[in-house]
Design a protein around this ligand. Structure first.
Ligand code: GDP
Ligand code: IMO
Ligand code: MG
Length: 422
């Protein structure tokens, strides 16, 4: 019985949804504890294909309860849509899905402000998902947020909204936007809340009392290098992505987290702007994008692709305390006769580390590569390490050596069932 946390180790889209769906079958509780519907976690199993944005990817497990805790910010329309979609697929939600009343709400003005900031930044924009994530977290930490709990008291909600619109509408008007109508927002939010109300419940006691008796799985979103503090700021997201974020985001004391699984793509991708030392601009990059179907689950944007970057993963392993690694998308490398691993960076001829500098520094570093032989045969769906071609085994062993953490899972396809446990 233990709490296990699953963390994306690169810039998101490592295949966390797939790994969570796989691990959830032996879990009693699965928790989403930060971020919002900027996350898009793809789950493919016997029930179908689901792009999960807010509901934990473990919802498909017969045994597990799925909980959205206080660290998550909610777009009620997206949440209601996701619930509807799961119901249509006959996925049971009653007495299974719980949502913390402490979750902050993404309001219509947050989405507009997200766009306005991006427009103001012009060519220096972050490349956000446009879901209002940054402005919602900014209001949360500056005591201007509105929470799900506030919707339980219509008068309180209206009062808080009125205060916010007093400021937000002045900003919107000054920037040439139409002011927002209080009544219209209220009507929409009260209607949406009715759909979500059956699942809203304080989650602390239930989670706390389970920590010593049950298997608790925490589903990280995004990726380490999008972390607000330790990522490539300002090209990051607004929440704490790291394993430590679960203490505040889900109310779980640090000593209770026993396993920290780093999910690592067998190469590297990134959506949105910011430094990416191993990015490929040649036909190898195109091959990775096509073979890996590297297009965003949330926005559909083409993902930037590059070789595996061990410097990043070593840092991710240290800062999160990874106890094991899940390598995903090994099969995407099937087409290559030669594969590169970035072992470290140099700057002006000297070896440097990720944490030596900021985003501006990372734009300038030179990746140093080790060349590996490709296997150029099909590994899709392989379920046994011994059945992998020798070159693939060597590649995995080399990654393990570079990272310094045991590789416990190797994913060889999109579906829940295409996985090797080492
Ligand atoms: P997440 O945000 O980390 O959950 O990842 P996404 O779902 O956004 O993106 C990962 C994509 O890779 C999805 O389309 C998955 O279905 C797919 N995927 C996950 N694992 C594998 C794998 O081992 N092989 C292949 N080919 N695709 C995978
Ligand atoms: P999952 O959980 C990939 C990126 C955006 C942008 C930056 C800030 O599916 O791995 P935001 O909308 O959060 O303000 O955008 O962060 N980003 C992600 N990229 N996968 C994600 O989530 C992401 N969540 C945020 O592309 O660069
Ligand atoms: Mg994703």
């Amino acid at each position: 019985m233990a709490a296990t946390i699953v963390i994306g180790s690169q810039w998101g889209d490592e295949g966390k949804g797939k790994i969570i769906d796989y691990l959830a079958s032996t879990s009693d509780i699965v928790i989403r504890f930060h971020g919002g519907n900027n996350a898009g976690h793809t789950v493919i199993n016997k029930f179908g294909k689901f792009p999960m944005h807010l509901v934990p990817s473990g919802i498909f497990s017969k045994r597990a309860k799925a909980i959205i805790t206080n660290g998550v910010i909610l777009d009620l329309e997206v949440l209601a849509g996701e619930i509807e979609n799961l119901k249509k697929s006959d996925i049971p939600l009653k007495d299974k899905l719980y949502i913390s009343p402490r979750c902050h709400l993404i309001m219509p003005y947050h989405k507009i402000l997200d766009r306005l900031y991006e427009e103001a930044k012009g060519k220096n924009k972050t490349g956000t998902t446009g879901r209002g994530i940054g402005p919602t977290y900014a209001d949360k930490v500056s005591y201007n947020g509105i929470r799900l709990a506030d919707l339980m008291d219509k008068k309180l909600f209206s009062q808080k909204l009125e205060t916010q619109l007093l400021v937000k509408n002045k900003v919107l008007k000054a920037l040439g936007e139409k002011p927002l109508e209080q009544k219209e927002i209220e009507k929409n939010f009260f209607k949406l809340f009715n759909k979500i109300k059956p699942y809203v419940k304080e989650t602390f006691d239930f989670i706390y009392d389970s920590l010593d008796k049950k298997n608790v799985l925490l589903e990280g979103a995004h990726g380490v290098f999008l972390d607000n503090d330790w990522g490539t700021y300002p090209f990051v997201t607004a929440s704490t992505v790291l394993s430590g974020g679960a203490t505040a985001g889900a109310g779980v004391p640090p000593q209770k987290i026993k396993n920290v699984v780093g999910v690592v793509k067998a190469y590297t991708t990134r959506v949105g702007a910011g430094p990416f030392p191993t990015e490929l601009f040649d036909k190898d990059g195109e091959t990775l994008r096509a073979a890996g179907n590297e297009f965003g689950t949330t926005t559909g944007r083409p993902r930037r692709c590059g070789w595996f970057d061990a410097e990043l993963i070593r840092f991710a392993a240290k800062i999160n305390g990874f106890t094991e690694i899940a390598i995903t998308k090994l099969d995407v490398l099937d087409k290559f006769t030669q594969i590169k691993i970035c072992t470290h960076y140099t700057l002006n001829g000297k070896k440097v580390s990720y944490n030596d500098g900021t985003a501006e520094f990372l734009f300038k570093v030179t990746p140093v590569y080790k060349i590996m032989q490709g296997w150029a045969v099909n590994t899709k769906g392989v379920k046994n390490f011994e059945k992998l071609p020798q070159e693939a085994k060597t590649y995995i062993k080399e990654l393990e050596k570079e990272i310094g953490v045991k590789i416990k899972y190797i994913s060889t396809g999109q579906s829940r069932y295409e996985i090797i446990t080492v």
